[in-house]
Design a protein around this ligand. Sequence first.
Ligand SMILES: [Zn+2]
Length: 151
Amino acid sequence: MKKHYSESEFQHYIHHQLSIEQREQIEAHLYDCDSCLSLYTACVEKSMQSSIAMDLPSIQKIESIIEVEMNKQEVDIKRRKRFAFVHYVIAASITMALLSSGVFEFMFQQTSQIQHTITTLNQSSHIERWTNDFSNWVDMNNKEDTQREQK
Ligand SMILES: [Zn+2]
């Protein structure tokens, strides 16, 4: 097996600064080496945290790269599982990073603003009343069903 990879090599890999050949070597090594895999995950986390500071699309870029890696046909099931695990770890760390950076809080504020706007719109256009009528109707039907079942 080749020597272990360094953090800077993984940073080059993450930022697409390696040749296809070098990329394939690293990928092949990652599939077989747990210690490099955890170092790689740490590097992805690190670069993600810095990209969160800049912009969110970078994360989506990294995510889509991972998707592509997972969908590669030459990747067999065992390797796929391993990559799926890495993907899960990365997704979890994105969530943690987002939580700590307050992005969710920001999105929540946006969402409640939108909800407030919708509520205001509903009141002015009777949509809310129709929605209530509909949900009452659904409730009634559900009750009838339950009564029917009990008989
Ligand atoms: Zn290694």
